[in-house]
Design a protein around this ligand. Sequence first.
Ligand code: ADP
Ligand code: MG
Length: 529
Amino acid sequence: MAATRKAKNETFRDTTKKKDVREANIEAAKAVADAVRTSLGPRGMDKMVAAANGEVIITNDGATILNKMTVTHPAAKMLVELAKSQDVVAGDGTTSVVVICGALLKKAQELLERGIHPTVISDSFNTAANKACEILESIAIPVNLEDKESLIRAANTSLSSKVVSQHSSFMSPMAVDAVLRVMDPQHANLLDLRDIRVVCKVGGTIDDSELVAGCVFDQKAAKSAGGPTRVEKAKIGLIQFHVSPPKSDIENTVVISDYAQMDRVYKEERNYILGMVKKIKASGCNVLLIQKSILRDAVTDLSLHYLAKAKIMVVRDVEREDIEFISKTLGCLPIAHIDSMRPEKLATADLVEEVDCGKGKVVKVTGIAAQGRTATVLLRGSNKLVLEEAERSLHDALCVIRCLVQKRFLITGGASPEVEVGYQLSKWSKTLRGMEAYCVRAFAEALEVVPYTLAENAGLNPIQIVTELRNLHADGNGAYYGINVKKGSVTDMREEKVVQPLLVTSSALTLATECVRMILKIDDIVPVR
Ligand code: ADP
Ligand code: MG
């Protein structure tokens, strides 16, 4: 008797545990979603992220906020990953994806409470998400890459929620130009944003930023020995070897006992370096870019001295990971050994010059003869915090244009797509039967979180705005009606020119659904060591 009761108790405990695990997971994930909700939209707030080491970041970007947050709960970590995957796929919409996921989870919780099985909810949400993407495609507006105006508008929308929004009239065209410059019209889908390098320099304002036709190095020219800092008609060599005497092995010691021997060592060293510099000069090279070395100094005072005498400008400490970009930009190959220092390996440019830039200096290479498809943005800002946020914002704008290159459709913003999808989905759910219809309707209702939050963050009355939007969309004449944050009313977003790429919203919906389905399917947490 006792044994059966015990067994009964155990099975009972087991099911509550599964329920508890699911509850706890959903609660944790919802808490994370709530943390970024106030950042959504053009009137959203920024977050100040203070790390334990005293580092401070000010940002509005969902992925960055979550990435920096110390999240310990495993389910909450899934939301961090969700924001990251949206960042990879679309680059923008990272706050939206998390907010939508939170709303879907809340609905899922309600459905679970009503006794609907998690698998049914999960499958219905999947159906709903697929249908939602279809609806989005049906209201999308095709865009042509020649239509620069539209691209700039989309970049404007993504910048409108950032600290740097007042500079968007300047930054958006810059972002569009940068992308169009690196894009190969024949293979537009191979667009790689790593071909756009952003060099950040503190000092000045965002308006001082520029898109440089050429290459920029974030370091001074080495001029301790009085070498040139400006070279016209430059012949540039990108080298990966050292212009310094070879070093003995670490364990070896050379004992020098008299001055004559010491003289010989110095002489040998001088001859060795002089030989190298002569070879470099003989190739016609007058600007040397030297890769940073960790094994030994890539240049010594002595070699700098000889290079300066030979009127060769030196930029040292070029990072290893930049080599690929630089060689693509300059249209030359890196040179790995002094013996392969030949004229045909050098790049040609009209001017290499060290210029003042804020507090420091940069080296600019312009008028490159065989420039590859790359672009360099020299970003300026009055302080580090603004500058870093400007870089992240620029990244979002660049990604938005990349989205448009990959999938050439625009949709309107201001929560108009979410409301339209919500309306059409709930209409469609009436054609379905049973639990599925119920779950799809819940999915549609969850999407109202976007207009609700946008209105709330803009200081408007969310209930009034959402009702108005819902009515306009239901009348069948307002697929493009959304929240006009400036006027505080509901207007046609096409007239406001608030547009965003289709890919951003459709991937936000699919990724958020995928995350919810994953959380629903978990019924236990197994700690392992
Ligand atoms: P995310 O990180 O998700 O991109 P944002 O803070 O950039 O978050 O906000 C994006 C949301 O703000 C989108 O739903 C977009 O439609 C809306 N939005 C952006 N600009 C405007 C605007 N000028 N008017 C109305 N809504 C806007
Ligand atoms: Mg955005």
